[in-house]
Write a protein that binds this ligand. Structure first.
Ligand code: FEO
Length: 135
């Protein structure tokens, strides 16, 4: 069973961003599957790496869209992104250096962060982007 099930309730009403959010959900689900089925450390490290890479790509895309459309809360939104990237990069470093194991707690942290970020922080820009004709 997937850790997160995508549904339209997570839509921010911008097609390209919804597609990227769905991909992030898929990567987190893959990481959860790998952890639950006792996959090798290399598989977990690779999937965590994929999550970091894709998260950075998504954040860069979203930030460009927000900035180029004059979104007022851009700086606050970007700093939320930067803090999350710092956290998952540290998580990756700790995992690779054997300081920590992947755990259900870490998976729940990733799930909660993403779902809360989409539902609250990302949804706050929906109306603004809509008013600029972005969809
Ligand atoms: Fe979709 Fe602000 O990340």
């Amino acid at each position: 069973m997937p850790l997160i099930t995508w549904s339209d309730k997570y839509s921010v009403n911008v097609k390209s961003i919804d597609v990227q959010h769905q991909k992030l959900v898929n990567i987190i689900n893959n990481l959860h599957d790998a952890l639950s089925s006792g996959k090798a450390k290399e598989t977990l490290a690779k999937t965590l790496n994929e999550l970091i890479d894709y998260t950075k790509k998504h954040f860069a895309y979203e930030e460009t869209l927000l900035k180029s459309n004059g979104y007022m809360a851009f700086i606050t939104h970007k700093s939320t992104h930067d803090n999350f990237v710092k956290k998952i990069s540290q998580m990756h470093f700790d995992y690779n250096s054997g300081k920590t194991n992947m755990s259900i707690e870490l998976m729940n942290f990733l799930k909660d962060w993403l779902v809360n970020h989409i539902n609250k922080t990302d949804k706050e820009y929906s109306q603004h982007l809509k008013s600029k004709g972005v969809n």
